[in-house]
Design a protein around this ligand. Structure first.
Ligand SMILES: NC(=O)c1ccc[n+]([C@@H]2O[C@H](COP(=O)([O-])OP(=O)(O)OC[C@H]3O[C@@H](n4cnc5c(N)ncnc54)[C@H](O)[C@@H]3O)[C@@H](O)[C@H]2O)c1
Length: 260
């Protein structure tokens, strides 16, 4: 996407302080947008803001937990007060570790927390962003789901359920918000390496084995930029005839047939 395609647009990225969210925020910033990051990790948020400003990108950080209704209400009030508009909402914040332990050991409080952040969070953000999005010329919501919405490793109950729910929420919002001209889509990422996109004290140099790479038909593990490029397209007016869809961005991992 060319620099300037999002000129003067305001893009809110939840969980934007690290990982895929920071990659998405950087890409929208490079395309001309003012990016608003929100994240529960204030330390990471401060570092992310500096990282974007060092590149002369325009960014704001508003701390908050997307699963808490009053914090989401306050977030949208701050976006309204500071920017007066919102063009794109990217629901990216999530508890990204999918493993919950065996079913008989699973703590229901952990299950509930996963659902609260990964599913309730996007719902709350969509609900309270609505008045702002309605005023935009080409408004869009993008939900970051996972290929784990469609397939599983053992013991990933809460994560898979949360992402499956978010896929369903995507088409439900798309149909419901179509009269407001708000398009709603999802990206389902596969394995995305975020080591270089963490806050400083948790940053690490990624290392992948040959097996790691070869299980992807494209021959490598994904990067946040891979998701960001798809996000720029799906949220742009160029994708004006696409709503209620998900785009799998996984290097082909989920279409590779395994015969052993
Ligand atoms: N990395 C992958 O391989 C992968 C694959 C599929 C889907 N995803 C999804 O992509 C999204 C980003 O994942 P990531 O790997 O970049 O994770 P990450 O842990 O690197 O980043 C997630 C960010 O969200 C923030 N966050 C967590 N809970 C929050 C809350 N309640 N309120 C506000 N912010 C909160 C964290 O502080 C963090 O900065 C998640 O929704 C994840 O499920 C990731």
């Amino acid at each position: 996407m060319a620099t300037g395609d999002y000129k003067d647009k305001v893009v809110l990225v939840t969980g934007g302080a690290q990982g895929i969210g920071l990659g998405i925020a950087q890409a929208f910033g490079q395309a001309g947008a003012w990016v608003v990051l929100t994240d529960a990790d204030e330390e990471a948020g401060g570092e992310a803001l500096q990282r974007l400003r060092d590149q002369q990108l325009r960014a704001t950080f508003i701390p908050g937990d997307v699963s808490v209704e009053q914090e989401v209400v306050a977030l949208m009030e701050k976006v309204q007060d500071k920017h007066g508009r919102l063009d794109v909402l990217v629901n990216n914040a999530g508890i990204a570790d999918p493993f919950a332990g065996k079913l008989d050991e699973l703590l229901m409080s952990d299950f509930d927390r996963m659902l609260a952040v990964n599913l309730r969070g996007p719902m709350l953000c969509a609900k309270y962003a609505l008045p702002l999005l309605r005023k935009a010329k080409h408004p869009a919501i993008l939900n970051i789901t996972s290929t784990r919405a469609f397939m599983s490793e053992p013991d990933t109950f809460a994560y898979s359920a949360s992402k499956g729910g978010l896929e369903a929420l995507t088409h439900s919002l798309a149909v419901s918000l179509a009269p407001d001209r708000i398009r709603v889509n999802a990206i389902a990422p596969g394995w995305i390496e975020t080591g270089n996109w963490q806050k400083e004290k948790e940053r690490y140099e990624p290392q992948h084995t040959r097996e790691d790479k070869e299980q992807h038909p494209v021959g490598r593990v994904g990067e946040p930029q891979d998701i960001a490029e798809a996000a720029l397209f799906l949220c742009s007016a160029k994708a004006g005839f696409i709503t209620g869809q998900h785009l799998v961005v996984d290097g082909g991992m989920t279409v590779k047939m395994i015969y052993t």
